[in-house]
Design a protein around this ligand. Structure first.
Ligand SMILES: [Fe+2]
Ligand SMILES: [Fe+2]
Length: 348
């Protein structure tokens, strides 16, 4: 009886025979070196250098502000709860998709090294929202079931989750062009859309509160999450583009068009979500401005995927670009946020 695919051999792994996907046991996926995809290794190192834990961030001022009956308007409380409610489960959906769907098929070891790091970061992000919900004494059941009760959140989650289901089908494989295209749809839905578009209205909303020293602990955690997520997205896009380069037949013009339509559909879902979150404006934010921002970032994602841009919208929140580059010291929060290297190096 065969109990393992492992066999003894003097054949050595070389960078030339490594592929990002479909190594199909012809190349040993247990040997991290020699590293072919240096970008994957560098994203792994960057992720480790950015390590943080939610419980290192004080929630004291958020708790005081949230408990103050005059601390927030009803509209502000609504948009804050919607933001936490969306993220509370979205992080777990992303983590599940990495572990259950992506990891199985991306069998290159340096990419897997990053996927393991990313999966842990998604656990930290899920922890962050559990910690925020608990600290603020929000109704846990309401927050964690929100994605099944609020249609605009359900629609966003369903957009990506159908691609997890597609890959989990036991008959699914990535050897045919059609199979590989289905797998790319999964990667684009998660890295390009969920992490690349759907997260960003929430980032803008919570960072807008943070810029006014409101909910500073939550905003600080969002800042760390945003930094992690921008690496996740960049890794994902590099992974997608490499799969395409190594398997050019998948990138037919029909397939490209269907990806563009799917990104446009995602922009509509996100705009519907922001309208439900912000029926009226708060903090100088409103659904129209967020819609413009969503279109702006959707164009940036399309560009990185080497697809034509669709909107030409301006960025109404230029400060977001600065926040994303956290290598610069930021001091618009009272808490000090500097380049985060290790847990021990944090100062508050
Ligand atoms: Fe995350
Ligand atoms: Fe992520």
């Amino acid at each position: 009886m065969t109990i393992s695919s492992l066999r003894m051999t003097r054949d050595k792994v070389t960078v030339d025979n490594k592929k990002v996907i479909n190594n199909d046991r012809a190349v040993d996926c247990n040997q991290l070196v020699p590293i072919k995809y240096k970008w994957a290794w560098h994203y792994y190192l960057d992720g480790c250098a950015n390590h943080w834990m939610p419980t290192e961030v004080s929630m004291q001022r958020d708790i005081e502000q949230w408990k103050d009956p005059l601390g927030f308007t009803e509209d502000e409380r609504h948009v804050i709860k919607r933001t936490f409610g969306f993220f509370a489960t979205a992080e777990t959906l992303v983590g599940n998709n990495i572990v259950l769907a992506i990891y199985k098929f991306v069998d290159n070891p340096e990419c897997r090294q990053y996927l393991l790091r990313q999966a842990f970061e998604e656990a930290i992000h899920a922890h962050a929202f559990q910690y925020i919900v608990q600290s603020l004494s929000l109704n846990e059941i309401e927050m964690f079931n929100m994605y099944r009760e609020v249609k605009t959140i359900f629609d966003k989650d369903e957009f990506s989750m159908i691609y997890t289901d597609g890959v989990l089908n036991p008959a699914f494989d990535t050897r045919s062009t059609l199979g590989l295209q289905t797998f790319l749809r999964n990667l684009i839905a998660y890295y390009g859309v969920t992490e690349g578009i759907f997260f960003y209205s929430g980032f803008v909303i919570m960072l807008s509160f943070g810029r006014q020293n409101r909910m500073p602990g939550s905003a600080e955690q969002i800042q760390y999450i945003l930094r992690d997520e921008s690496i996740h997205m960049n890794f994902g896009i590099e992974l997608i583009n490499t799969i395409v380069d190594e398997n050019p037949a998948v990138w037919s013009s029909e397939f490209q068009q269907s990806i563009v339509s799917s990104v446009k559909k995602a922009v509509e879902l996100e705009c519907a979500y922001t309208r439900e979150c912000l029926p009226r404006g708060v903090l100088g934010l409103n659904a129209d401005l967020l819609g413009e921002y969503v279109q702006h970032i959707a164009d940036r994602r399309l560009e990185k995927l080497r697809l034509p841009t669709q909107y030409g919208s301006r960025n109404p929140f230029p400060w977001m670009s600065e926040v994303i580059d956290l290598k610069k010291e930021k001091n618009f929060f009272e808490t000090r946020v500097t380049e985060y290297q290790t847990g021990g190096a944090l100062e508050w």
